[in-house]
Ligand binder design. Structure first.
Ligand SMILES: [Zn+2]
Length: 292
């Protein structure tokens, strides 16, 4: 499934914003690695991630994860914080600080919720640098370690920047991460009520067990009557329960990356490198779309 097929409401609009060159770069980025593959996993893992993030992800979503002793990853764009969209209100800084205090991971989703293939290397680096600095100012002690592409659109240029600045980049191409895993194009499955049913959930989990794979989910709001891009609390509960029944740990992306290195809890070395090199400077970045 392509990003367009998942985010169908915006498909025409998104395509219109992408030049042929940008579309080609996105397609190449799906197949061309910019860093060595992750070491083979020693066991299955599940991660639950939220993009943007709606206030119900921080309240209900984080509470469901906490109730099961699991931690999630919340990918944040500074520009979206506190805004209201058609489908939800985006969480504010206090909610982020609260889930961060409880051990959930905050990740980078660009500063401007940018359509990444429209940015060149310099503008992309500037954008994610601005997001890093802005979020660090809002949430004391916050260090961003992992990245998710807005709308699931990536580029080779962005992947090269990420390979110097973040430990991973998450796409929205569904499937299992197993075998040779491209850490800068991690597959992720929609945690949407309309996309995930009991049968698919069971297949994904069984596959993860059979192939020592990493199943990553991405969602937005968590509410009864959720948006087309979110899920009910019961679907989130069922997802965690399906993992637990099979003995699969539910971990944040940071924890999952640490486990691939066999050092759970270790800080991402990319992070130290980028800070020391000063590679991420604060510059004005191009504006981008702002809904999801
Ligand atoms: Zn987004």
């Amino acid at each position: 499934m392509t990003p367009d097929a998942i985010l169908d409401r915006d498909a025409t609009d998104l395509r219109a914003r992408l030049s042929l060159r940008a579309r080609l770069s996105h397609r190449l980025s799906r197949h061309v690695p910019t860093a060595p593959a992750l070491p083979r996993l020693h066991g299955p893992m599940v991660s639950v991630t939220f993009d943007d993030v709606p206030d119900t992800a921080c309240s209900t979503g984080a509470a469901v994860l906490d109730a099961h002793g699991a931690k999630g990853t919340f990918y944040v764009s500074r520009t979206l914080l506190g805004t209201a969209t058609e489908h939800w209100r985006v969480a504010g800084a206090e909610a982020l600080a609260e889930i961060h205090r409880r051990g959930h991971e905050i990740g980078c989703h660009t500063h401007d919720h940018s359509l990444v293939p429209t940015l060149d290397t310099r503008d992309f680096a500037a954008d994610i640098g601005r997001n890093r600095d802005a979020l660090a100012a809002l949430v004391p002690g916050l260090v961003l370690e992992n990245f998710a592409f807005p709308y699931g659109y990536a580029s080779l240029a962005a992947k090269r920047v990420l390979s110097r600045t973040y430990g991973s980049g998450r796409s929205i191409v569904p499937g299992l991460n197993a075998g040779r895993i491209d850490r800068y194009f991690l597959r992720a499955n929609p945690l949407f009520d309309r996309c995930l049913d009991a049968g698919l959930l069971a297949r994904l989990m069984d596959d993860a067990v059979a192939r020592n794979g990493w199943v990553i989910f991405f969602g937005h709001d968590v509410a009864e009557g959720a948006s087309p891009y979110g899920c009910s609390p019961s679907l989130l509960e069922s997802t965690i329960a399906a993992a637990s029944r099979r003995g699969i740990p539910v971990v944040s992306i940071a924890e999952g990356m640490a486990r691939t290195r066999g050092v759970a809890g270790e800080r991402c070395p990319m992070q130290e490198e980028s800070r020391q090199s000063g590679e991420i400077s604060v510059q004005r970045a191009k504006g981008g779309p702002r809904d999801r």
